[in-house]
Design a protein around this ligand. Structure first.
Ligand code: ADP
Ligand code: MG
Length: 490
């Protein structure tokens, strides 16, 4: 979810809760059916202190986990078999597709008749509900493996086991993880349903009991609790880099530029990426930009695999401003919108706003050669922002500028970031810049690039020049330098 969307959700929910609270206090709601949110909150506090409630939560968690641990390997194994054995797959796929579509909850009475209301019944039903997602995920994962890579590794004498480890697993990882996440959602639902329908313990059983006894505060409090747990399973980072490796040159003699990079970048975070030259920083950004596909693994933005540039989601700013020399500043900024056929008035208005944001109001009609290096880079930043992408990738954007301009532009960037709250991935050579700007610094090793450190920058915001001489700043910078120093020496 984008930041403004999240704001709308939060404001909407708070507004509704406020209205509910007000109506309840004014006595306009039946307190026995809809107690005030504050009463529910109190009930939640009390529930979390009652040992038998905590024990029920534990029972539910245990059942869900047991079902999950059984369903994942069994489901995936069935999926892999169906995908890999063509005859069997051809025969059984239609059946699996059909069963996948049938709502599993209608089978619950059968499970209760067979297994009773015991714990095994809930685990069995959890497995039954979860397994189809994993079978489908297993089939999709196998089909996503690039066959050329398997052929190439066979030419180089890879054994079956090596092919599975080196090609299959990394290529399938993103789909497998997503199926597991979906499976967990189904699984929790199934176990709760079992407990509500017929059980002697578990949080679902308590929800049913509170409902029957009209203990509304407890009932609502339990719903809040379950919703929070579900949100934790469903929430995902804005940008997810999963097991990404990049090899240049198709054969085994090629250069491995990036090796198994795993990074989760939450919405709104400012992340600096540093590492010795040639370690693959630009390559990493080009993968997130969708300018090339990784040799293995995947990059996801908002849950969607990036396979081509997604200009509305991801903006890119390079080291050189790369302005079109025959276009004025404002037309350069409006260029991405022109490509999208946004009407002229609208795109010029958006471009003028971005130029003002980057401190270039009054320079709209200048041509690039009439602008200083710093100004050109501001135009490039404005152009990167004009489509309002959620993610902004910056590859050493200030590297060709003198130090003073660099510092001024760094502060400008922070101001723009605090106003627009983009998610930023910022590559730089300067450790000062990396620490000064970011919430977090990712340190890559010398080629092949691997993540060797992930440093949280716990300096207050807004940042000020004085912070760069603080002790904490020095400690953070030194920690990063230790990694780079070792890498450059090798
Ligand atoms: P950085 O930005 O960290 O300095 P790059 O991502 O530009 O590093 O490059 C990482 C490694 O990959 C380097 O060794 C570089 O020579 C190699 N490389 C980058 N792009 C290509 C390409 N298109 N073809 C072959 N090798 C490349
Ligand atoms: Mg580079």
């Amino acid at each position: 979810m984008r930041r403004h969307e999240r704001f709308i959700v939060a404001a909407g929910v708070l507004g509704l809760l406020g209205l509910w609270e007000a109506l309840a206090r004014l006595g306009r709601l039946d307190a026995s059916l809809a107690p005030a949110p504050s009463t529910i909150l109190e009930a939640l506090g009390r529930l979390l202190r009652r040992p038998e409630v905590l024990q029920s939560l534990g029972v539910t968690a245990w059942e869900a986990l047991a079902a999950f641990v059984i369903a994942v390997p069994v489901g995936l194994l069935i999926g892999f078999t169906l995908a890999e054995v063509p005859g069997l797959g051809g025969l059984l796929r239609p059946l699996v597709n059909f069963l996948f579509g049938v709502p599993k909850s209608i089978f619950l009475p059968v499970f209760i008749l067979v297994f009773g209301v015991s714990i095994p019944q809930k685990i069995a039903f959890g497995v039954f509900t979860t397994i189809f997602v994993l079978i489908m995920g297993g089939i999709a994962a196998v089909q996503s493996v690039p066959h050329e890579l398997v052929t190439v590794s066979r030419v180089y004498g890879a054994t079956r086991l090596q092919i599975i480890r080196e090609i299959y697993l990394p290529a399938m990882a993103p789909i497998l993880l997503e199926s597991a996440r979906l499976g967990m959602v189904f699984n929790i639902t199934a176990v709760l349903l079992c407990e509500i329908y017929g059980a002697r313990d578990g949080i679902g059983y308590r929800i049913a009991a509170w409902g029957e006894n009209l203990q509304m505060p407890q009932l609502y409090a339990a719903l809040v609790l379950v919703a929070v747990v579900a949100a934790a399973v469903v929430t995902r980072p804005l940008v997810a880099i999963r097991g990404v490796s990049q090899r240049f040159g198709a054969d085994g003699a090629g250069v491995l530029a990036l090796d198994a990079i795993d990074l989760d970048i939450p919405d709104g975070q400012f992340v600096s990426v540093v590492g010795p030259s040639g370690c693959g920083k630009s390559t990493l950004l080009s993968l997130v930009a969708g300018l090339r596909a990784p040799s293995s693994g995947a990059v996801l933005c908002d849950g969607e695999t990036i396979t081509a540039p997604m200009p509305r989601k991801v903006g890119v700013i390079f080291q050189e401003a790369n302005l079109l020399p025959w276009l004025s500043a404002i037309d350069n900024v409006a260029f991405p919108l022109k490509l999208r056929r946004v009407p002229k008035g609208e795109r010029l208005e958006a471009a003028a706003r971005m130029l003002a944001l980057t401190g270039l109001a009054g320079f709209e009609s200048r041509l690039p050669h009439q602008l200083s290096g710093g100004m050109k880079q501001r135009v490039a930043i404005a152009r990167g922002l004009v489509q309002n992408p959620a993610v902004l990738l910056m590859d050493e954007p200030f590297a060709s500028l003198d130090e003073q301009t660099r510092m001024v532009l760094g502060d400008e960037l922070l101001r723009i970031w605090s106003e627009t709250r983009k998610t930023v991935l910022f590559v730089t050579h300067s450790l000062n810049e990396a620490v000064y700007l970011a919430d977090r610094v990712v340190v890559l090793s010398a080629r092949p690039g691997r993540v060797v450190d992930d440093v949280a920058v716990d300096l207050a915001r807004p940042r000020s020049f004085a912070m760069t001489s603080s002790e904490r700043f020095g400690i953070l910078k030194d920690r990063i330098w230790q990694h780079i120093k070792h890498a450059e020496r090798r």
